[in-house]
Design a protein. Sequence first.
Length: 293
Amino acid sequence: MKKTIFVMLLLIFHAGIILHASNSIPLFDAIKKKMVSVKIKGRGYTSDNSSAHYGKCVSLKIRNLTSQPLNVNMEAGRRLKCVYDSVQDMLVSRSDMYALAPNASGDFTISAFCSQKHDRAPSESSIFDISSMSEGYLYELAVLIESLACFDNTGQQAVWVLTDSISPNNISGADAAKVKKLKDFVTFAMAHGTPEKQYGFTYDYSFPNKSNSGFIIKGEVNWNMPYTSFVTISVYDNQNTKIATIFAEKPYKPGYQTYTYDLANTTFKEGELYWLRVEGCGKCLKELAIKME
């Protein structure tokens, strides 16, 4: 009897490993491969989270676009970039796994910290793109915060030390040992260089398709128009040379804008990095990096 139970448990254990390994994928990669679609927004102040700056302050809606069950994960240290310049970008503070049935949708929350102290906290109308992983000391801080489970204001102040250069003395909390670990880490980080490289772009989520006439890029770009102006969307190579114009001097009104692009160009070279830029109002409103691979 004991042997039978042991064998059954062993089979269940191995089945769980196979299922997890075959279906687990980072959310960022799942979006790139068009396995899922997402909507990421701020939550504001809620009954289960007393702050719009930290904790479970971001909502996530995921739709599984495949006919298979999926487990997708979000990593601590992942950046969430707000489409509105006046609202803080976010730093994911807690790793999480989201289970999705085939062709089904799910609503989840993301634990995160604000990473631009002098901008506004996210509200329910704030929209985010999932962006690159943080680097250097900021990423290491995210990992440390998760290991200490400091998802409250203690962790938030530590993040702002690295992102906004506030004093480490602002870090406080009920657990003196955790406060000391965070203070010691950020003090060391500030004394040994910048916390990470600052990125001004969001990577495109779609893989370019290769045809007989070259690469084809398809996807969606969104941006916030501060006021009515003319917009141009172009593609540049990594030497800042314009190689294609998707459209030029098209009028747009203020507000959140979305454009679906579909461009084939024989000058795209395999392995090279290209930049899709949305320009208007006298500046670059959005920039996407697209790797031809």
